[in-house]
Design a protein around this ligand. Structure first.
Ligand SMILES: CC(C)(COP(=O)(O)OP(=O)(O)OC[C@H]1O[C@@H](n2cnc3c(N)ncnc32)[C@H](O)[C@@H]1OP(=O)(O)O)[C@@H](O)C(=O)NCCC(=O)NCCS
Length: 156
């Protein structure tokens, strides 16, 4: 389990590092990352060992009208299985709670058992399927939803 990890907001200065990480499908270009960075409802976190080290993971999300969406979560191949994805997803769910989102939705390839295990560990439940949603290779998407736990304030 990774303990010494910095989770921070993604910035434009991260674009080169992010694109270097994109060796697996679905691959995002610098333009796609930039579009997310400047989208009014989008926000992102990156994970790194410290402020001066390369990015080892990221999560891209959107929140609008009380509902959140996880567009993408990624951990570099050589950093997987050490809790980085869990820390990123935990940080994202925390931010959704701070933004008073009631629910979070996401889609994942049916065959992506590792990601599905991660999502289910964090309370996401399968609510549907989108036939042939993905291409190259063509595959169904499983749609997941999770209720976002409210953050208790003082006296509540
Ligand atoms: C999915 C992904 C983000 C997980 O990141 P990670 O840092 O390896 O995840 P963690 O180490 O925090 O593990 C979290 C959970 O995932 C599941 N998991 C992790 N590795 C697994 C493996 N090899 N086999 C099965 N389940 C696994 C487990 O449920 C694990 O919880 P546990 O450690 O309590 O058993 C990472 O595998 C990845 O980047 N994959 C490629 C991109 C991708 O598929 N993203 C999702 C769709 S956008």
């Amino acid at each position: 389990m990774t303990t010494d990890l910095l989770i921070r907001a993604m910035t434009e200065a991260d674009l080169v590092d992010l694109v270097r990480n994109e060796k697996e499908k679905p691959v995002w270009s610098a333009a796609q990352f930039a579009e997310e960075l400047y989208h009014p409802h989008a926000w992102q976190f990156v994970a790194c060992h410290d402020a001066s080290s390369n990015i080892i993971g990221y999560v891209c999300c959107r929140t609008v009208a009380g509902e959140a969406e996880i567009l993408k979560i990624f951990v570099s191949a050589d950093s997987r299985g050490h809790g980085v994805g869990s820390m990123l997803l935990g940080a994202a769910l925390q931010r959704m709670a701070e933004e008073d989102a009631a629910r979070c939705f996401l889609e994942v390839r049916e065959s992506n058992i590792i990601a599905r295990n991660l999502y289910e560990k964090f309370g996401f439940r399968r609510i549907g399927m989108r036939r042939n949603y993905y291409s190259s290779p063509r595959e169904d998407a499983i749609v997941y939803r999770s209720s976002i736990k409210k953050i208790s304030g003082f006296g509540s």
